[in-house]
Design a protein around this ligand. Structure first.
Ligand code: ATP
Length: 242
């Protein structure tokens, strides 16, 4: 068994390859996230961002290489086992349950939680006060931004050690994007949460990340500072996004 020590990254991809059928998408992806860090992954459409998060979570099998979490090789573990180990995932498109109420969505998030459900939900609502007024509303009746807050809140109910976020700003109005940034900062400060975020929104990724990795054609090609990524002209040189 591998033991974690202070130098062990919380999450690492080691020469990770994955794809769909015979189509390879990720090629030797290598990176490590230390506990407490917020790391962004920037890349434009189709570069493999979602594929990478799905492979890290185990929804897509790695064809070669390894994923480690807290020093343990989780490459062959199911998504549920990875979630139980402390990996939280908010997929692209949010995937809340539209026909269940906000409260019921949060209850679903508590299935893997160790604390009593009521206590967990009360605690989560202090971080997401906006959701309090909507507890009995169907999740599908919320705006896109509110659904994103609900998806985040639901994921946090399981008390993860790392949060993997797939393009949380997609299709969301700017005022709520600011609220999501503030909420995630708050959670990082209060809970010491580690974050791995894939995004195309330069303001969002720069505001939240300690460092940013550039993903191009399924490979991490370089690392840049948040300040460098804030400038769309520089980003154009890295990834040709603008
Ligand atoms: N289920 C699938 N079957 C086959 N190919 C897929 C599948 N899902 C994604 N792909 C292909 O894999 C490549 C990477 O897609 P992926 O969704 O990981 O990119 P992305 O960087 O997240 O893009 P976006 O920002 O558009 O979500 C694309 O060429 C895409 O067409």
């Amino acid at each position: 068994m591998t033991m974690a020590n202070n130098d062990t990254p919380l999450l690492a991809a080691n020469r990770l390859d994955a794809g769909y059928g015979r189509i390879p998408i990720l090629f030797g992806v290598n990176f490590a996230v230390r506990a407490g860090e917020a790391v962004g992954i920037l890349g434009h459409n189709g570069m493999g961002k979602t594929t990478l998060l799905r492979t890290l979570m185990g929804y897509l099998p790695a064809t070669s290489g390894a994923v480690t979490f807290s020093g343990a090789d989780v490459t062959r573990d199911t998504p549920t086992k990875r979630a139980r180990a402390g990996m939280g995932y908010v997929p692209q498109g949010r995937e809340i349950f539209p026909n269940l109420s906000v409260r019921e969505n949060l209850v679903m998030g508590c299935l893997l939680a160790e604390r009593p459900e009521e206590e967990t939900i009360a605690d989560i609502l202090t971080i997401f006060p906006r959701l309090k007024a909507y507890l009995d509303r169907p999740g599908g009746a919320l705006s896109g931004g509110e659904q994103q807050l609900l998806a985040l809140a639901r994921c946090l109910c399981q008390d993860p050690r790392i949060l993997l976020l797939d393009e949380p700003t997609e299709g969301i109005q700017p005022s709520i994007i600011e609220e999501i940034i503030e909420t995630l900062h708050d959670i990082r400060t209060k809970r010491g949460l580690t974050i791995l975020l894939v995004e195309q929104n330069l303001n969002f990724i720069s505001s939240l990340s300690d460092r940013i990795l550039i993903l191009q054609k399924g490979t991490i090609v370089r690392e840049v500072t948040p300040d460098a990524a804030r400038n769309s002209e520089t980003v154009d040189e890295f990834v040709g996004m603008n």
